[in-house]
Write a protein that binds this ligand. Structure first.
Ligand code: NAD
Length: 313
């Protein structure tokens, strides 16, 4: 049995699909704060998928959800970096404390393996680009990034102290169908409100690595299969980047709208805590034989098309 925290969310629901497809039994633990019933409703009636509706801040439900579990995929978290600037304990609670609750429930229930959704946000404004896993010291500049590096440290501490096995995945920006946040999602909603103009936060030169949710889930399962004990750490991305202004162009192209004016709010970052450039070094992943099916631009284009269908214009 695999427990997926945040399994009703964007990436989590794609992971649930992949686990079910390869024949695993799956339990989803989600409070549906940003997760949606519709992302997992196609598993209704399938006995190999159980849904526990509950909050990771409740240690009792977390412990109950561990019974019979062989491995935990911990994806539940606050997905919105900007929220951390408004309600400053969001990432502490939804990130660090929830990870502690998961690890402690694992220890008490004898569950040994954890796969964790970390982020390129832990690197902050890295001086080395592309940034390999060995880069340090890491200096996150968002409260979200701080909660991810704190969670990573808790996992390695549990590995060192209690003999757990940890797989830490530092994701690029993940995009794809069922996306409920992020730049492509925001652009489509802006165009829906006003099809004549598109406001871009910052100067548009922000540049980041993107990966499709499909490749993200494939690469997570790929690296988990590589080792059986200790802890492992991989950047998961495609090895290239795309600028925000190029994303704006792609979304407009996919929308089919004509004469849309792009307006930049200016400044090198979109919001406080936004890292203007992230570029993940994924040589370690590629050296294991993993081949992404789409690079950043294609993943963005396919996502824009899928989300325009989902959201409507
Ligand atoms: P998401 O918001 O779609 O998924 C998070 C899920 O966790 C949601 O289903 C939500 O309802 C659930 N959740 C949140 N808090 C919870 C709580 N206290 N108890 C129970 N459930 C809770 O976001 P996502 O984009 O799918 O992100 C999944 C993971 O990947 C997160 O940990 C995120 O930080 C990480 N990540 C995402 C990206 C990205 O680009 N999307 C990049 C780097 C890392």
């Amino acid at each position: 049995m695999h427990l997926v925290t945040g399994g009703a969310g964007f990436i989590g629901s794609h992971l649930v699909d992949a686990l079910v497809e390869r024949g695993d039994e799956v339990r989803i633990l989600d409070n549906f704060s940003s997760g949606r019933e519709s992302f997992i409703s196609h598993h209704e009636g399938n006995d190999s998928v159980q849904v526990f509706r509950g909050d990771l801040l409740d240690p009792l439900i977390v412990s109950e959800s561990m019974i019979g579990v062989e491995m935990v995929h911990h994806l539940a978290a606050n997905p919105d970096i900007r929220l951390g600037t408004e309600i400053t304990d969001t990432d502490l609670k939804q990130g660090t404390i929830c990870t502690y609750n998961v690890l402690e429930a694992m220890r008490v229930n004898g569950v040994k393996k954890i796969s964790f959704a970390s982020s390129s946000a832990i690197y902050g404004e890295a001086e080395l680009m592309p940034t390999p896993e060995s880069y340090g010291p890491v200096v996150p500049i968002s409260l979200y990034g701080a909660s991810k590096i704190a969670s990573e440290a808790l996992i390695t501490a549990w590995v060192g102290t209690f003999g757990a096995c940890g797989y830490i995945h530092r994701f690029a920006n993940i995009v794809g169908p069922r996306g409920t946040h992020g730049v492509i999602f925001d652009f489509i909603h802006k165009l829906k409100r006003d099809p004549t103009k598109l406001e871009v936060l910052g100067d548009g030169n922000q540049e980041k690595s993107y990966m499709s949710a499909h490749d993200c889930v494939r690469s997570m399962l790929h690296v988990i299969d590589l080792s059986e004990d200790g802890w492992s750490l991989f950047n998961l991305g495609t090895g290239d980047t795309c600028s925000v202004s190029r994303i704006a162009e792609i979304v407009i192209e996919e929308s089919g709208l004509k004469g849309v004016g792009i307006e930049y709010t200016g400044g090198k970052r979109g919001w406080a805590g936004d890292v203007p450039k992230t570029y993940l070094d994924v040589e370690k992943l590629l050296d294991t034989g993993f081949v992404p099916t789409s690079m950043s631009e294609l993943a963005i284009r396919e996502t824009a098309s899928a989300l325009i269908d989902e959201i409507g214009l």
